[in-house]
Design a protein around this ligand. Sequence first.
Ligand SMILES: Cc1cc2nc3c(=O)[nH]c(=O)nc-3n(C[C@H](O)[C@H](O)[C@H](O)COP(=O)(O)O)c2cc1C
Length: 196
Amino acid sequence: MTETRVTTIRVIIASTRPVRVGPQIAEEVVRIIGENPQVNVEVTDLKELNLPFLDEPEMPALGNYVHEHTKNWSGLIKTSDAVVIVTAEYNWGYPASLKNAIDYLYSEWRKKPILLVSYGAKGGPKAAEQLRQVLGRIRANVLEAGIQIPLNSEVDYGKDNLLNDAAAVVGAHAQDITAAVGELVATAQGQAEAKA
Ligand SMILES: Cc1cc2nc3c(=O)[nH]c(=O)nc-3n(C[C@H](O)[C@H](O)[C@H](O)COP(=O)(O)O)c2cc1C
């Protein structure tokens, strides 16, 4: 009988503005991921992680980290079987906070199964595209299926600049998210079996 493995998926919230919808979107994504019984889901909010601009003296590719914040961040990615990046689109790219967090590490990203969830007026396609290029360089295993969540500034946002109904906005993509998470889990489990 094959043993059921639990896959730890880390959801990264990329945006860090004082008023932002990233956590609202991530909360719903986490809820949908949590429906998969094979998954243990954890969250890293880059605002809370609060990494300074990259301040390691050596190239991250060498892995000689001197700062506790780097070692901590490295441990979070190392101990995750897969990652879901929830990202905004800023000026046709992804937030600088995310690029900084990616650049801190190197080997930790290698072969890491990653699902991209982007949002914006058109679902954040340009942010996702740029992210794919960067994650390709560090040889992460980015799923071809990405989730793009369009946000209508007239309808979806309230006067407080938050989403009126994040559950509905994200829920419209629930089937796609569930399918992509299934693929993420299968990829991560395949890698774990190959290592065992
Ligand atoms: C600096 C900045 C640049 C933006 N550029 C884009 C853009 O290129 N494409 C887009 O669809 N939305 C853009 N927007 C609107 C964002 O999609 C929207 O503000 C979203 O809520 C940002 O995510 P956040 O609230 O988690 O920061 C931009 C917003 C900001 C703050």
